[in-house]
Design a protein around this ligand. Sequence first.
Ligand code: UTP
Length: 229
Amino acid sequence: MTVLSIGGSIINKNGIIQIDYLKRLGKLLAEYHLGIVVGGGFSARVYANAMKLLSNNEFLADECAILSTRQNAMLLIAAIGKNAYPNAVNSFAKAREIYFSNKTVVMYGTIPGITTDTDSVLLAEAIGAKKLINVSIIDGIYDKNPKEHKNARKLKALTHDELIELANKYDNRTAGTNFVFDSVAAKIAKRSNIELHFVSEDTNEIKKALDNKLHSGSVVKSNLGKLTE
Ligand code: UTP
């Protein structure tokens, strides 16, 4: 059993929806039975920022951003086709029902104050999945923010505790922001010993991760000892 968390930034790149990419991704995902959570990406940030300027209210900004996750989830369902349940859902109970009726389920954001990283590990817990693949524009976990530091190193393998430490550095809990992986999500992955795979949007990499093959992203497991490169 596998859960996939798809970053909204790979669906909507600076306002341009990646139709051809979505078709390829949908075709690949249609071959598997999955629990999927979709993020908000660019439009979530645009709407969250606008709502913050207008209302000065983080809760409302999150609620606005969640609507972007729903739109992206709808697009992915359309791309997957008949192997996916036709509606995007944001209830874990409903997601369980759908998953256990043998359909792929696609979820969107649930409540303000969290991110789709957290939703995805909660979905993994809800259906008993021990493996979660996080797909985003960043091709793995880095020791520093690769956008800001030229000498950032990709970590091929790390423990849940090491991920929690990195996630804590980034986490400022505000609507539309993105960090390496939400620290709450990292802690939930630890408590249920969920193995995490971080891969780029390259569909070959996603396929390798789905098929339990070696990929070029990062893996988070409970007991690895020291960080490896
Ligand atoms: P994410 O930050 O999870 O989207 O949700 P993402 O697309 O995966 O992020 P990228 O791709 O890394 O950029 C977008 C925003 O939606 C709200 C938060 O404001 C979050 O920053 N959200 C999402 C919630 O409030 N609750 C949720 O359960 C999910």
